[in-house]
Design a protein around this ligand. Structure first.
Ligand code: NAP
Length: 329
């Protein structure tokens, strides 16, 4: 494999500081990997990336993370995770990986500011919300098109909103938007929701929420801000226009794995493949949370996977010393 980073020999690099555990991303998986690695006295370095706390930090209240019977704010939970990991020696930097070289140990990760060498790397870069890729969507982002109710809901006091999607995110965010909006219409492409039972019941009981079934949005219309949507009924083919002041889109996610293409094995949707120990196809490189899990995608499962990855990284270093790896080159 061709090396992506312009590095000197592994031996020379090894003379520089080599991190024992480098964690990429600071969502629930990365934070708990940092906590576990720190408590194992591995002094982990965490590159926070774009969002401290990851996507979970954008959730207003997390009601299903154990230990918080009254729920906990997403951003608050992120801060608590960080504080707990720092207490045991984890270090956090506001930087992100721009290139990686996993072809030899120590692994090399280039950031905006430097190149970091590491004995083990835990990838917890999460996932990003999908776009619909319909006309009007990109041009009206920030002017009525949004992917985050917690971030933008406040701007829509007494406004008429549309929410696209039928999963947990769509319903949870629609419910949150009813705090501000005069009405929230959930537009779903089927006549059955994907979301779990509790959210379905809450949404159906909420007087501000209504549903448009078997319908897709084909265009978002508006000049300087969203004015409405062009819709098509999937069953009858009938087209219509729906007036709305804002559109919130929750149609799934894509893992943030572009950086690792060609080096790590992934499934056809780009999720990193791991075994049960969170190990990727490269021993010493682990993946945890939404970057490899398209299935559960819960704060608690991501946190558990992060902890497992850190435990495994520790075991790996006990069994495969870096000195040995460099000597074998
Ligand atoms: P999701 O479960 O994948 O749901 C995506 C929704 O968008 C589906 O209803 C899907 O329709 C629809 N969709 C996808 N592509 C579309 C398109 N091009 N046009 C129109 N509609 C489209 O994603 P999610 O809701 O973000 O949830 C992701 C994961 O996080 C899930 O595992 C979920 O359980 C979890 N989550 C949990 C909570 C919670 O427990 N409180 C909260 C948020 C998320 P179809 O149904 O027809 O496929």
């Amino acid at each position: 494999m061709e090396l992506q980073l312009n590095l000197s020999s592994p031996q020379a690099d090894a003379e520089k500081k080599v991190e024992k555990v480098l964690v990429l991303g600071a969502g629930p998986a990365g934070m708990s990997a940092a906590l576990y690695a720190a408590r194992a006295e591995l002094n982990p370095l965490v590159l926070i990336g774009t969002e401290l706390g990851g996507q979970a930090s954008l959730t207003f209240t997390i009601e299903n993370y154990p230990g918080f019977p009254d729920g906990v704010g997403g951003a608050e939970l992120g801060e608590l995770f960080k504080k707990q990991a720092e207490r045991f020696g984890a270090r956090f930097e506001y930087d992100m990986a721009t290139e990686v070289d996993f072809s030899r140990r120590p692994f090399a990760v280039k950031t905006y500011g430097k190149t970091i060498l590491a004995e083990t790397v835990i990838i917890s870069t999460g996932a990003a919300p999908n776009h619909l890729n319909i006309p009007g969507e990109n041009t009206l982002i920030g002017r009525g098109v949004s992917y985050c109710a917690t971030c933008d809901g406040w701007f829509f006091k007494e406004k008429k909103l549309a929410v696209i999607g039928g999963g947990d995110s769509a319903l949870e965010e629609a419910l949150f938007l009813t705090r501000y909006a005069s009405s929230v219409t959930i537009i779903h492409r089927r006549d059955e929701l994907r979301a779990g039972a509790i959210l379905q019941r809450r949404a159906k009981e909420n007087p501000k929420i209504s549903f448009v079934w078997n319908t897709v949005a084909e265009e978002i219309i508006g000049e300087n801000g969203v004015e409405g949507l062009k819709l098509r009924n999937m069953v009858t083919g009938e087209k219509s226009t729906f007036a709305a002041d804002g559109v919130f889109i929750f149609v799934g996610h894509t893992p943030n794995t572009q950086l690792f293409k060609g080096q790590l094995e992934m499934d056809d949707k780009g999720y990193i493949k791991t075994d049960l120990t969170m190990t990727t196809n490269i021993p010493g490189v682990y993946a945890a949370g939404e970057v490899m899990d398209s299935h559960y995608r819960q704060v608690v499962t991501s946190a558990g996977m992060g902890a497992a990855a850190a435990i495994q990284a520790g075991r790996f270093m006990e069994e495969h010393s870096l000195e040995q790896a460099v000597a074998e080159k």
